[in-house]
Design a protein around this ligand. Structure first.
Ligand SMILES: [Zn+2]
Ligand SMILES: [Zn+2]
Ligand SMILES: [Zn+2]
Length: 471
């Protein structure tokens, strides 16, 4: 490994006396938001040893969101705050600890087979690479001071919009780039403003007033009266029914305590259990507890597909690979088909071929040998297709990743050569397992030879589709 690839750390500090003279030091800026000293970018990582928390946080956040430095290891010597610390790579006691932690990260950055700067403008790649070079997961960070309680600090910073981080993570989960890991917590939030700690208040079930009080109630067996205990209590301390004047001596025989034991001072209704509602201290809206927004906070980790994206700098999805064929849209394809069709009818030498190929087992291959192998197979397939195409040939993508071909001036024999070459390595199944092979189904028509007098381009397309769908 060359010198340029060696790990070098810079200490940005306003306490240089704390550091050994052999360590690269740079005076920390004294104001928030000032320009970076460009020499920072010559180092593989930075240790921030700065007294002021504001200054330190400002530098940390700006370095972490800087295109040239977002992947690099950044350490603190003291904590800033729980969410801010999560943006750094840890709190280190000395430079040796920082070097030990920086080493594996830098090694991974240097082992990328491409220039990460070419993909880092993409927020998605920032996050994928950040996780990949660290071999880490995304974990929600708890901060009771923040309205949402949980946040994903470095993701928010890297993608640049903190408001929709959860939606963004969900979208990457849908794209199969991030996979949900451990469920860390479940919170209920105000559906109006997102505040995670609404105040649960017990209120009157009838009028929702908070002016409720718990009363002991008695139920007279003689006349059935149900009233607060204080109404039964005489001055001498005995219990006498206010309605029928019966002496209530024994609980269970003369009287009992019914369940209704709350009274509302505003509407005077009584009830056994008050209603619990969630009152938001921020937006002041009151919500039924079942209408609160339930949020599950989980960790996220890279999927195999995301790891490949990080390693190669490309997000490869079957359709993205097929797109590299410079396909025309299907409307244009049909338009040219129509044109060739009428030419073939008019002139004798206007023979041409239309055909479509469907790979029927993308999902099975992915299930059996993984997305990486599937993409390799598709890549080989696309390469073979490309090598067979002349500049005058057209391709278009149909449903189910079908590739449609339009080959002008191509007869049955010539078309068979093209098709055989495209299918070449998939038919050579001698050593490979079947589930590791693309199953390609081809339907071809050479016009006018193989078409009926009454055929139209529309009819031929419909016929090809029907054949492709045949089981
Ligand atoms: Zn009574
Ligand atoms: Zn009430
Ligand atoms: Zn609210």
């Amino acid at each position: 490994m060359s010198d340029a690839r060696q790990v070098t750390l810079l200490v940005l500090t306003d306490r240089s006396h704390r550091w050994d003279s052999s360590i690269s030091l740079l005076p920390a800026p004294e104001v928030v938001g000032c320009e970076f000293n460009p020499s920072i970018f010559e180092y593989s990582g930075v240790v921030l040893d700065i007294k002021s928390k504001d200054l330190k946080k400002d530098l940390l956040f700006r370095l972490r969101s800087h295109l040239q430095f977002c992947l690099q290891p950044i350490f603190l010597t003291e904590s800033i705050s729980i969410p801010a610390d999560a943006v750094a790579d840890g709190i280190v006691a000395d430079i040796n600890e920082a070097y030990a932690l920086a080493q594996p990260i830098c090694l991974r950055i240097n082992s990328l087979g491409y220039d990460p700067l070419s993909v880092l403008p993409s927020p998605l790649f920032k996050v994928l690479l950040y996780l990949y070079v660290r071999g880490t997961d995304i974990s929600p960070v708890k901060d009771w001071n923040s309205p949402a309680i949980y946040s994903y600090p470095f993701v928010a910073l890297l993608i640049g919009f903190s408001e929709q981080v959860e939606d963004w993570l969900e979208a990457q989960n849908q794209r199969l780039l991030l996979e949900k890991g451990v469920l860390v917590d479940r919170l209920r939030r105000c559906p109006h403003c997102g505040l995670a700690n609404p105040n649960y208040v017990d209120v009157c079930t009838n009028c929702r007033s908070i002016h409720i009080h718990q009363d002991l109630f008695l139920h007279c067996f003689t006349c059935g009266a149900v009233q607060p205990e204080k109404v039964f209590r005489t001055q001498t301390g005995q219990l006498v029914c206010p309605q029928c004047n019966a002496r209530l001596r024994h609980i269970g025989t003369d009287y009992d305590r019914p369940i209704e034991n709350y009274t509302c001072s505003d509407c005077h209704s009584s009830f056994s259990e008050p209603l619990i509602v969630a009152a938001c201290p921020r937006c002041e809206r009151v919500t039924e507890t079942e209408d609160l927004e339930v949020k599950n906070y989980t960790t996220y980790h890279l999927t195999e597909k995301a790891v490949i994206a990080a390693k190669t700098g490309r997000i490869e999805e079957p359709s993205a690979l097929l797109d590299s064929l410079q396909n025309v849209n299907f409307t244009y394809f049909t338009y040219i088909f129509n044109w060739l069709f009428s030419m073939a009818k008019r002139y004798k030498d206007g023979e041409f071929t239309v055909f479509a190929i469907r790979a029927t087992n993308f999902e099975e291959i992915e299930g059996a040998v993984g997305i990486a192998r599937l993409l390799e197979l598709i890549e080989e397939y696309v390469k073979r297709v490309k090598s067979q195409l002349r500049t005058t040939d057209l391709t278009s993508l149909g449903e189910k990743d079908d590739i449609w071909f339009l080959l002008p001036r191509t007869n049955v024999q010539e078309r068979q050569i093209v098709i055989d070459r495209i299918l070449a390595s998939t038919t050579d199944t001698s050593q490979k397992e079947d589930r590791n092979i693309l199953d390609l189904r081809v339907v071809a028509v050479t016009i006018p030879g193989e078409s009926d007098q009454h055929d139209t381009p529309e009819k031929i397309i419909a016929m090809i589709r029907q054949e492709l769908n045949r089981n």
